[in-house]
Write a protein that binds this ligand. Structure first.
Ligand code: HAM
Length: 421
């Protein structure tokens, strides 16, 4: 128990750090290119923010939040998603005054959901998310989807499909809800308990049920797309034209409804064709009403969130991991215990020259030091000691070709730095 991480959580071990860093570097570079700046919000917020923002009828709020009372008796919740916190910060920081659109991203944000852990579903995961405030045009969603597809292709993922839908707005959605309830009629009694609960509160979510019998029942249900008002319809058509013009293949999928209540008009998910059913790589959409609903100025907005663990899982499945960098490029071996201190000092010199270098900290034999140098991927071993050292020289061994040469102690640091350039 003591040496086991809590269920549904994962360590990022040092051996995997380069994979995370590579992904994070690519995300930051793309965000900067697209004009998004970073925002960091607290790991916890007032519970009410999620109840009102995400929706108190959603699975996330009713079943999955990590909520507790702090010592001041406030109800606090660990972030179960990133959008509500970003909206809160947008309002509190008066960011609308800085000019719109206000484009922001969060990276590595820890997200907590009490879900049943399985591959790709954790209780703590980390998200890269982007939110764009102030843009009402579908170019916003087209930009977000384009960025996502660029990112996913750049990290080596293929067979991706973009699924888009429009779930309408407060004007047209109630008409669809009524039509859906009418269709479900008596059929609802044969559906699962969750669907029965959703019937009154949020019938749209019934379309997302993964139970076979429920999927069968809604197969011929009316489509939201036939109920969109003129504005929502025009918006959705423009988005499709924009995606087509950018050569982004997409599928219109009226079954995409998303599990959070704030969405209006566009919703989208990116799915790996080879991935598990029901496990989207990424999800997002437009939420034009949320800023005003939480007390801010009336501001249209859209965004997405993507789980870093989920992308890394797919990168590994696809065998698309980048090559692991060496831990140190030069290993300074000491021949005899009297050389430990000179080797240590020389290692600092190499580091000051910008060379990734290391030396023996464990009092190992020369043979064991070479074994270790191999393990950390050192390109060169610089040996200090013996006759060479007595002559004022050091020996360098190229770990790949096994060639060795002797270089004066004064010149060896710069020589290694030059060889590694
Ligand atoms: P979401 O679809 O709930 O949307 O989550 C976004 C992404 O986070 C998922 O597609 C998946 O990659 C990852 N994810 C979600 N739950 C888990 C989990 N239990 N374990 C591992 N990864 C997970 C949102 O959170 C919205 N805030 C997205 C958004 C931003 N919409 C507009 N702006």
């Amino acid at each position: 128990m003591l040496t086991q991480a809590p269920k549904g959580t994962r360590d990022m071990l040092p051996g995997d750090a380069y994979l995370w860093h590579d992904l994070e570097d690519k995300m930051r570079a793309l965000a900067a290119l697209w004009g998004y700046r970073e925002i960091r919000t607290p790991v916890f917020e007032h519970t009410e923010l999620f109840q009102r923002g995400v929706g108190d009828g959603t699975d996330i709020v009713t079943k999955e939040m990590y909520t507790f009372r702090d010592k001041g008796d406030r109800s606090i919740t660990l972030k179960p998603e990133g959008t509500a916190g970003a909206v809160r910060a947008f309002i509190e920081g008066n960011l609308a005054n800085e000019g719109l659109p206000c484009k922001m991203y969060y990276l590595n944000a820890p997200i907590f959901r009490y879900e049943r852990p399985q591959a790709g579903r954790l209780r703590e995961h980390h998200q890269f998310g982007m939110e764009c405030f102030g843009g009402k045009e579908p170019t916003v969603e087209a930009e977000l989807i384009n960025l996502l597809m660029t990112l996913l292709r750049e990290v080596g993922l293929q067979n991706l499909s973009v699924h888009i839908n429009s779930i309408g707005c407060p004007e047209c959605r109630p008409k669809y809800h009524a039509a859906l309830r009418e269709y479900l009629g008596n059929r609802i009694h044969d559906m699962c308990e969750t669907c029965r609960e959703r019937f009154e509160k949020n019938p749209l979510r019934i379309l997302d049920c993964k139970e076979e019998k429920c999927k069968e029942t809604v197969k011929d249900a009316p489509s939201i797309l036939d109920y969109l008002c003129d504005d929502c319809k025009a918006h959705f058509e423009k988005l499709q034209a924009l995606l087509a013009a950018q050569h982004i293949p997409f599928t219109v999928d009226p079954r995409i409804v998303r599990g959070l209540d704030y969405y209006t008009k566009t919703v989208f998910e990116i799915i790996m064709q080879s991935g598990r059913e029901g496990l989207a790589l990424c999800g997002g959409g437009r939420y034009d009403g949320l800023v005003a609903q939480l007390g801010g100025p009336d501001t249209p907005a859209a965004g997405f969130g993507i789980g870093l663990e989920r992308i890394l899982m797919e990168i590994k499945n696809a065998g698309a991991e980048p090559e692991a960098p060496s831990i140190s490029d030069v290993y300074v071996a000491s021949l005899g215990s009297e050389m430990i201190a000179p080797a240590f000092t020389f290692t600092q010199t190499l580091r000051a020259l910008g060379v990734k270098a290391d030396c023996d900290l464990c009092g190992r034999s020369l043979k064991a030091q070479f074994k270790y140098a191999d393990k950390i991927g050192a390109k060169y071993v610089c040996i200090l000691g013996g006759d060479e050292y007595a002559r004022g020289n050091a020996k360098i061994r190229d770990m790949c070709t096994k060639e060795e040469k002797e270089i004066s102690l004064e010149a060896v640091g710069q020589t290694l730095a030059d060889m590694l350039k």
